[in-house]
Design a protein around this ligand. Structure first.
Ligand code: PEP
Ligand code: MG
Length: 589
């Protein structure tokens, strides 16, 4: 039973929303703390035994991590388990092991002290790297190092396994091995002091389908076991000891959201057709093979964007042709005859590769740097391996290929030459593939938009990546919080550019889709349709709301909306116009 809410004052903390939903429950505080390491001099006669003890601890740690990896693979999924490959690599790191032994040989102090010192140096070095993803790898080393120390000291595992039934986890951070030991039915929500949207806590919360808020700074110091907390994963709010009026308000919000979602899901079985009979294909954006069911549940007309880089991100090695072909084939088969658009590797920018820093040297301006097709056209061995894998999968369904970050005709032509080379190689091997495989390009760089007429003659379809297109067009870094308010999808420059691209695509008789976040915004989808976009691709849970608005309007109304918007001077005016259009149609009885 919740305690008397008047006993403690209500505390509202703003964090970063990381997984949607609203939860209310008792707090379970979890603090990851460092193992206490004793320091002493080892008897010189026992030095060999001390090194053997170290070898044994590494071996036991490896066995524990391998076991966790298999459990996660089984219970959560193969992609989430990849992080443990990175952990196993820490244990293989000869520099870390070798330095520890050298430290031991020179100081004669116990191996725990030496290992603790060396691993702390590594953690510090990683945590100072000016790159969010690599900084988080410091967490991997810390996680493994703590486990090795526990094994050396014969301590029990420090884990979330003690989680009592139905609690909200309030943690300073959650490491991958912690997350593997969570009883998945026991967590109501996850709140962490630290973290970003790419942190492990978020991955865990999403895979458990519970709300999560990260970056709440010192909540673990303010909250105590037994407190009650309300977690709003939509707006990133955490309310400790909420008052009755807050609970009442949230109860209503939760009911409203649930009711709305249920009605939208109910209508989601119907075709995405405007009231005057124009069909708009609503496709799904996916990042992992295991999202197939999520896509089915939301009745998508196919996959409009498969972001394949997620197969590589957590991996210490590049997945080979067979591994990739099997992943792509699974998706192609799952949706055949519906289309599956596989985008070639878009690493770099906000998606650096963890295990291969040598392939992605540090850059001052990664969004304008060595990413996506630029990387692929330089590393043609890696690129061709992926092209062949996509071609192989094309025999199993309606696969299409798409190139990211194309800036002009030359890059597109070079990608096309490599694709032809791969086709010839497969023919020579006798491996079947779809000879008519369609190849399209993303339009996400202003130079590509400005040369859309040229590109349209060189490919089979366009997909507009508004996430990047807007950032490059408006010079607004898409991941910089300070200027987030200036990132305006309805800026007249964006609208004019979209119109130009759509018109050129249609003049060349090729279809055009939008696969950036703008496509999944039900307020802006009518504008895109009015501009002439043929299909929209989005995160599956956004499909029901977009479908609802599509069914509530006519294509004529959408065209008139786009025409009026193109005549306006400011992003705010256009946004207000779209909101009015949306509100007039979104009347859910
Ligand atoms: C885009 O830029 O709009 C897009 C869909 O690609 P990503 O978000 O993966 O860069
Ligand atoms: Mg992009």
């Amino acid at each position: 039973m919740p305690p008397d809410s008047r006993a403690k004052p209500e505390v509202v903390v703003q964090g970063i929303p990381a997984s949607q939903g609203i939860a209310y429950g008792e707090v379970f505080v979890y603090i990851q703390s460092d193992v206490e390491v004793p320091s002493y001099v080892v008897d010189p006669a026992k030095r060999i035994d001390e090194i053997a003890r170290f070898d044994q601890a590494i071996l036991v740690t490896r066995q524990q991590i391998t076991k966790i990896k298999h459990e996660v693979e089984k219970n959560i999924g193969p992609e989430e388990a990849l992080i443990f490959d990175a952990h196993l690599m820490v244990l293989e790191d000869q520099a870390l092991i070798g330095e520890t032994i050298r430290e031991f040989e020179s100081t004669g102090r116990n191996i725990e002290t030496c290992f603790n010192k060396v691993s702390a140096r590594y953690i510090k070095a990683f945590s100072e790297i000016d790159d969010e993803y690599l900084r988080e790898r410091a967490g991997d080393i810390r996680d493994v190092a703590q486990r090795v120390l526990q094994n050396l000291l014969g301590q029990a595992e420090n884990s979330l396994a003690r989680l009592a039934d139905k609690r909200v986890i309030v943690a300073n951070d959650i490491s991958p091995s912690d997350s593997a030991s969570v009883d998945r039915s026991a967590a109501l929500a996850v709140v962490t002091d630290s973290g970003s949207k790419t942190s492990h806590a978020v991955i865990v919360a999403r895979s458990m389908k519970v709300p999560a808020v990260v970056g709440v700074r010192d909540l673990t110091r303010r909250a105590q076991n037994g407190d009650w907390v309300l977690v709003d994963g939509y707006d990133g709010l955490v309310i400790l000891n909420p008052s009755e009026s807050t609970l009442f308000r949230y109860g209503k919000i939760r009911e409203q959201r649930k009711g709305l979602e249920a009605r939208l899901m109910e209508a989601n079985r119907l075709p995405a057709v405007t009231r005057d009979g124009v069909e708009v294909a609503l496709l799904a954006n996916i990042e992992k093979v295991d999202e197939v069911q999520l896509v089915r549940d939301h009745n998508a007309a196919g996959i409009g964007l498969f972001r394949t880089e997620y197969l590589y991100l957590n991996s210490a090695r590049m997945p080979g042709e067979a591994e990739q072909a099997s992943a792509y084939r699974t998706v192609a088969e799952a949706f055949a005859p519906a289309p599956v658009i596989i985008r070639t590797l878009d690493l770099g920018g906000d998606k650096p590769m963890a295990g291969n820093p040598h392939l992605f040297p540090k850059e001052n301006n990664p969004f304008m740097g060595f990413r996506a097709i630029r990387f692929c056209l330089e590393h043609t061995d890696i690129f061709k391996e992926q092209l062949r894998a996509i071609l192989i999968a094309s025999a199993a369904g309606n696969v299409r290929i798409m190139y990211p970050m194309i800036s002009g005709a030359e890059e597109l032509a070079r990608a096309g030459v490599l694709l032809e080379e791969c086709k010839a190689e497969l023919r020579a091997r006798g491996t079947p593939f779809d000879e008519k495989l369609a190849a399209g390009t993303m339009i996400e760089i202003p130079s590509a938009a400005a040369t859309a007429d040229i590109l349209a003659r060189q490919c089979d379809f366009f997909s507009i990546g508004t996430n990047d297109l807007i950032q490059y067009l408006l010079a607004i870094d898409r991941v910089n919080d300070r200027i987030a308010h200036l990132y305006e999808p309805t800026h007249p420059a964006v609208l004019r550019t979209l119109k130009g691209v759509v018109d050129e695509a249609h003049a060349a008789k090729i279809p055009v889709s939008v696969c950036g976040e703008m496509a999944g915004d039900p307020v802006l989808a009518p504008l895109l349709i009015g501009l002439g976009v043929d299909s929209l691709s989005m995160t599956p849970p956004l499909i029901p709301a977009v479908r609802y608005v599509v069914r509530a309007m006519t294509s004529k109304e959408a065209k008139a909306l786009a025409k009026a918007a193109l005549g306006m001077n400011s992003a705010k005016e256009i946004q207000a116009l779209c909101l009015k259009f949306y509100n007039e149609r979104m009347k859910l009885e």
